[in-house]
Design a protein around this ligand. Structure first.
Ligand code: AMP
Ligand code: MG
Length: 348
C-alpha cells in the first residue's frame, strides 16, 4: 500500500490496518449471509463451532460471533453495552443524552463522557467533509422519515424550515456540557454511532481475552483479529438492491473494519426516483450523485462509519481523493451503473 498523509482531524482514529433495508432488514440479512469464515487449518477450530447470536438494538440487527471463546455471557455483555449506548445516543429514546440536548432550547446540557466522544467524532467528519457530513440533520431526517414514508415528498416550506436548523457549527462543547446555538437544531448520530459502539465492543471482548470473532452492527462489520492460524476473515460486499443476496465482491481481512453506506439500505421510490436516507445539508434532499454505495476498509469502525457516509456525501471524485489521502484506509465505490471503483491499495 502506498504511503499517504492523514489530515489531523482523524489521525487519532486511524492507526492500524493489518491487511485492509426497499428496506433495511433484507439488506442486513443478506449482509450477514455474506460474511463467512475462511477455511481454517486449526484442529481445535474443526471440533469447536463458533458461538453466534443476534439481537436488535438502535433499529439495527447486531450479530456477534466468537471463535475462540465458549462464553455466551460475553455476548450478553455486548448486547447490554448496545442497550446502554442506545439509552445515551438514540434520538428516539426520550431521556437519552441526545434527546435531552435536542429539546434543550439552547440551554447547556450535561452529558456522559461517551456521548461527548461520539459527538466529537461526528464533528471531526463534519469538518473533514466541509459540511457534506453533518450531525445536525435531525429535523430534515425526521421530516423525510424515510423508513416509514409511503412515498410522499416533504412540504417545501417545512423542508426549508428544517434546513434552517442544520449546521454543525451550532454544536458547542465545553467539558461535558453541550449547547446547540441554533434554535431547533437536532443532533442525529446515526452516521457514526454504530461504528463507535462496535469499537467499544471489540475493546471489551479483547479485554476478556477474546481475539477471534466478528461483530456485525447493521452492516458495520468489525473483525477481531488476526486469527491465530493466520487465515483471514472473508467479508462480503452486497450487490446493491440484489434481492437474492448476491455479493458484488468480497474482501479478506485479518483485522479491522468493513463498513458500507448505501442507498439501498433505507429508501422509498417515487416516480422512478429513489429517495434514500443520506441527505445533502445544502438542499435537504437525498444526495443524487451517481453512487449506490461506498464501502470503507480501515482499522477502526468509528472511522469506517464516519468515512462511508462522508465519502457517499462527497461523491466519487472527492470521496476517492479523500481515501487516497488517508493512511491504512481503502474504499470501493459502486456507481448507479454498477461500476466498481476501488482505491489504489484496495486488496485484490
Ligand atoms: P450511514 O448508514 O452510516 O451512512 O448513516 C446514515 C444515517 O446518518 C442516516 O440514516 C441519518 O440518520 C444520518 N444522516 C443522513 N444524512 C447525513 C449526512 N449528510 N451527514 C451525517 N449524517 C447523515
Ligand atoms: Mg456512517
Amino acid at each position: 500500500m502506498k504511503k499517504k498523509t492523514c489530515p489531523k482531524s482523524i489521525t487519532e482514529n486511524s492507526k492500524r490496518l493489518s491487511c485492509k433495508r426497499k428496506r433495511i432488514l433484507p439488506a442486513l440479512v443478506l449482509l450477514l449471509l455474506g460474511i463467512s469464515m475462511a477455511s481454517s487449518g486449526c484442529a481445535w477450530r474443526k471440533e469447536a463451532a463458533p458461538i453466534t447470536r443476534s439481537g436488535f438494538y438502535f433499529d439495527t440487527v447486531i450479530q456477534i460471533t466468537l471463535y475462540d471463546s465458549r462464553q455466551e455471557s460475553l455476548i450478553d455483555d455486548c448486547f447490554a453495552m448496545a442497550k446502554e449506548y442506545e439509552q445515551l445516543l438514540s434520538r428516539t429514546v426520550p431521556d437519552s443524552d441526545i434527546s435531552r440536548i435536542n429539546r434543550s432550547g439552547g440551554a447547556p446540557v450535561t452529558v456522559s463522557d461517551d456521548t461527548i466522544k461520539v459527538i466529537e467524532a461526528g464533528l471531526a467528519y463534519c469538518e473533514l467533509s466541509k459540511g457534506a457530513f453533518d450531525i445536525t440533520l435531525g429535523a430534515v431526517i425526521d421530516l423525510w422519515d424515510v423508513k416509514n414514508n409511503p412515498g410522499v415528498l416533504p412540504d417545501r416550506k417545512e423542508l426549508a424550515r428544517a434546513l434552517d436548523t442544520v449546521g454543525y457549527e451550532a454544536v458547542s462543547i465545553e467539558g461535558n456540557e453541550v449547547t446547540l446555538t441554533t434554535p431547533g437544531a437536532q443532533i442525529d448520530l446515526g452516521a457514526i454511532s454504530k461504528g463507535w459502539i462496535a469499537d467499544r465492543m471489540k475493546e471489551y471482548l479483547n479485554s476478556q481475552g477474546v481475539t477471534e470473532g466478528i461483530l456485525n452492527l447493521g452492516g458495520n462489520v468489525l473483525v477481531l483479529g488476526p486469527k491465530s492460524d493466520g487465515s483471514a476473515y472473508t467479508v462480503g460486499i452486497q450487490k446493491p438492491f440484489a434481492e437474492d443476496g448476491s455479493l458484488l465482491l468480497s474482501v479478506d481481512i485479518s483485522d479491522g473494519t468493513v463498513v458500507t453506506s448505501g442507498i439501498y439500505q433505507r429508501y422509498f421510490e417515487l416516480d422512478g426516483t429513489i429517495y434514500h436516507h443520506i441527505f445533502d445539508p445544502d438542499t435537504g434532499y437525498p444526495y443524487q450523485n451517481g453512487l449506490l454505495s461506498v464501502t470503507i476498509l480501515c482499522p477502526d469502525s468509528v472511522d469506517g462509519d464516519g468515512l462511508s457516509t462522508t465519502c457517499f456525501a462527497l461523491g466519487l471524485t472527492e470521496g476517492l481523493a479523500l481515501i487516497e489521502s488517508l493512511p491504512d484506509t481503502e474504499a470501493v465505490f459502486i456507481t448507479t451503473d454498477y461500476e466498481i471503483v476501488k482505491s489504489s491499495g484496495f486488496p485484490a
